[in-house]
Design a protein around this ligand. Structure first.
Ligand code: CTP
Ligand code: MG
Length: 229
């Protein structure tokens, strides 16, 4: 069974507060997204890797991507992550079977473990819905009232932090995003959940962090350097 990857990379990285979008910031001598694509490139079951960049992207063309044979770049990014993903899926659906498995993976997660993605594809191959990598919440959760005063400790039992990849069938995911599009749709699973589906939770890894703030870039460089990259 083949699967494809869709990498949303059309964000501006506002929380990183850098002039360059975070996916192009330097990480061990390469743009951050290079590491993400390098990891996905090592997943044998991925037939092709599609990247969604912004129509205004000025950085992608400045690099040589020839080493990655299975890459296709699409300049169809939208105003939100969900819109970028949906635009990418709609473009894909012109030449991809509607039941193809699509693994949506944030460009901003460069430390994803290829073996874990391989495992995910094998585990979910016959699943009726699909699923996501996630990790159980480890910290005690506090709800803030006014002026940084705690009003409640939220029970963390059963709570997980969603990661990517998130793996769903092309037409099912595109349909769920089309129907459910809104600010509450912050990942693919939330669109499926809105339709009443129950995606599977697969144990991810704390190493698979999303680079959001400047300190995440430091953590990612430590993780990748420890792996010899
Ligand atoms: N993304 C996208 N299109 C958007 C917004 C985000 O393709 N309109 C992508 C980002 O490039 C990133 C992934 O979705 O790879 C996860 O989003 P996030 O970490 O929120 O990145 P940004 O939106 O760029 O960052 P911020 O929210 O801090 O502005
Ligand atoms: Mg964002």
């Amino acid at each position: 069974m083949g699967a494809i990857a869709l990498v949303p990379a059309a964000g501006s990285g506002s929380r990183m507060a850098s002039d360059t979008p975070k996916q192009y910031l330097d990480l061990l001598g390469k743009p951050l997204i290079w590491h993400t694509l390098n990891a996905l490139h090592q997943v044998a079951a991925l037939e092709r890797i599609f990247i969604v960049i912004s129509p205004e992207d000025e950085w992608w063309d400045g690099y040589d991507w020839d080493g990655f044979g299975r890459l296709v770049v699409m300049r169809c990014g939208g105003d939100s992550r969900a819109e970028s993903v949906l635009n990418g899926l709609q473009a894909l659906s012109l030449f991809t079977p509607s039941d193809a498995w699509v693994l949506v993976h944030d460009a901003a997660r460069p430390c994803v473990d290829p073996a874990q993605v391989d495992g995910m594809i094998a585990t979910l191959a016959d699943d009726p819905v699909g699923g996501i990598l996630a990790v159980p919440v480890a910290d005690t959760l506090k709800r803030e009232g006014n002026d940084a005063r705690i009003t409640e400790t939220a029970p963390r039992a059963g709570l997980w932090q969603a990661q990517t990849p998130q793996m769903f069938r092309l037409a099912m995911l595109a349909g769920a995003l089309e129907t459910g599009m809104g600010p509450d749709i912050t990942d693919e699973a939330s669109a499926l959940e809105k339709q009443g589906a129950q995606p599977q939770l697969l144990m991810g890894s704390p190493w698979n962090l999303k680079v959001t703030y400047p300190h995440d870039l430091q953590l990612a460089s430590l993780i990748l350097a420890a792996r010899g990259e």
